[in-house]
Write a protein that binds this ligand. Sequence first.
Ligand code: CA
Ligand code: CA
Length: 447
Amino acid sequence: MRPSIVLSLISACLASAGLAADYYLAPDGKDGQNGTITQPFESMQRAQQAAQPGDTIHIRGGIYHIRADQIAKRSGTWSYVFLMDKSGRSDAPIRYWAYADEKPVFDFSAVKPEGTRIHAFQVNGSWLHFRGFEVTGVQVTMKSHTQSECIDNQGSHNIYERLSMHDGQAIGFYLVNGSHNLVLNCDAYRNHDFTSENGSGGNTDGFGCHPRKGAIGNVFRGCRAWFNSDDGYDCITAAESVTFDHCWAFYNGYSPAFKSLADGNGMKVGGWARTPTAGLPSPMPRHTVRFCLAVRNKASGFYANHHLEGNDWFNNTAYRNRNNFNMLERTNDAKGVGFNIEVPGTRQKLRNNLGYQGGREVTNLNEVRSDAANNYFNLGLTVTVADFLGLDEAQLMLPRKADGSLPDMGFLHLAPGSACIDKGVDLGFPFAGAHPDLGCFESAASR
Ligand code: CA
Ligand code: CA
């Protein structure tokens, strides 16, 4: 028997016996080493080669200066730097985790292949769990229409946790294929493509989720997006439903100096503008946005973006956006060539939402043909500064808690005695007091 076959058999036996292996990656590692903690690998690509389902790759802290010679694959107009195409299994995911409390940073600023899009992490595998590292400096080299991406997901059942995609020209996270992926407690910030299309930055969203037909069950939870040149979260032309849960979007559409850049919606939820009628998904997906926060985005905080047939908007808080809630829809024209006539949104379901100090509070909502109840705008409430514990926006960028969850803060939390406390209806989510409150932060107090 050839040694490689013997090794394969041994590794198969180890896997079936549940003896998961541990490998290590370090900035000063070498791919010719054996991947132990004292002999770590250098590259994700080499770590993947070693990994089997159930194994853990421990990523040591420090800066990984990624080089162009590490590009795993070039195909057409794409460069895939790390091509993660080996899958785990449902009972044995492969974990790529930051080691202990260390802070690994993958810096792609020196990777500038001419004439191609750059996908820093191309994740084609499934049952993978990425946790606890930063992706920064991803470049755009093309002047024509293009986009680069920090993470491109094509697989299913993947978990992206405590990742930070920032200070590059690329979209933070992007998905068009794959089901049941969870993006958990991730941050995408200060991303701006200033190279292509005269530097408009019109494609650089924090999180893009545009699932094709059959790509179901994708969820964003506990994420933050700020100072991205286009939108915080964008799911235009999604053919399946997407869930946004406890996510924050702020300052999108602006540079860190609040220079106006591109679209600047906090949460741009769906939309099929100008699509020929025959090209629309059937049924039309209905997206869910719940317990989310949108602050001072250049355009709309919560935006239906011409979505057809409505979304569910539950317990969201909007503050200082040009439009806090914008339910704009399109309708078909008489010639049936597409949905190109703008109308107020119908079939929108809104419950327990809260807004304050928007340029406009609620716009483009057809209340007769929607289902809006127990929101600040239809309860006859006058929201004032006294309703809140604090309005210090800087708290939005506080470090996350040790477990990766969103930071504690007083910002936009309801003050005791606020008329917004217990004014919501029970939607099946946990609440304190007699009833749920309005907005994304439930107060411990009762009225
Ligand atoms: Ca966008
Ligand atoms: Ca309550």
